[in-house]
Ligand binder design. Structure first.
Ligand code: S3P
Length: 182
């Protein structure tokens, strides 16, 4: 797979990527796009890349080939993307819940966990039936709590709840500046 069709922005020479992680519907894609724009870095959405490579919607990959097939693809494509640098990359909600993927992220950049309460996630997902793992509240709740310890391994965490996208982006930007990444 090639990322050459994605505009890397003017910061292509950067030696790291910025990964956004967190539960489904926590705002990874929305914040990621806005952050990339502010930094003038390229933006990659991992799910979108998986769909492009497979030529299928995520939902159909799950339905036709099962979750473990999806996780294999996710791992491979993350690995390929991580070879590039200078991108803001939004991961899927489950990507950062596998040790191999965590290592890959740690080796190739820094990670921000976008935190969002379960009730808010549920409200955001209620009317969207395209997430194969968001079947009902109980399933979502179990998954949410199971994943917190993985998400807690991110380098930084930012609340993304009850605030405009730009505020979240500014907070990430502030951390990046403070730590000398930009
Ligand atoms: C998943 C989250 C989805 C997508 C897939 C699996 C998960 O991404 O990768 O449906 O395991 O939580 P979003 O977090 O962007 O919804």
């Amino acid at each position: 797979m090639s990322l050459l069709d994605i505009d890397p922005g003017i910061m292509q020479d950067r030696n790291l990527n910025i990964y956004l992680i967190g539960f489904m519907a926590c705002g990874k894609t929305t914040v990621g796009k806005a952050l990339a724009e502010k930094l003038r870095w390229g933006f990659v959405d991992l799910d979108e890349q998986i769909e492009k490579v497979e030529g299928k919607r995520i939902r159909d990959i799950f339905e036709e080939s099962g979750e473990s097939y999806f996780r294999d693809l996710e791992r491979k494509i993350l690995h390929e993307i991580s070879q590039e640098k200078g991108y803001v990359i939004s991961l899927g909600g489950g990507t950062f819940c596998f040790e191999e993927n965590i290592k890959c992220v740690e080796k190739s950049g820094i990670s921000f966990w976008l935190k969002c309460p379960l009730t808010e996630v549920y409200n955001r997902l209620k009317f969207h039936c395209d997430r194969p793992l968001a079947k009902d509240f109980k399933t979502l709740k179990d998954l949410y709590y199971k994943r917190l310890s993985y998400y807690g391994k991110a380098d930084f965490s930012i609340e993304n709840f009850n605030k405009p996208v730009i505020k979240c982006v500014e907070e990430i930007f502030f951390v990046l500046k403070l730590r000398g990444y930009v």
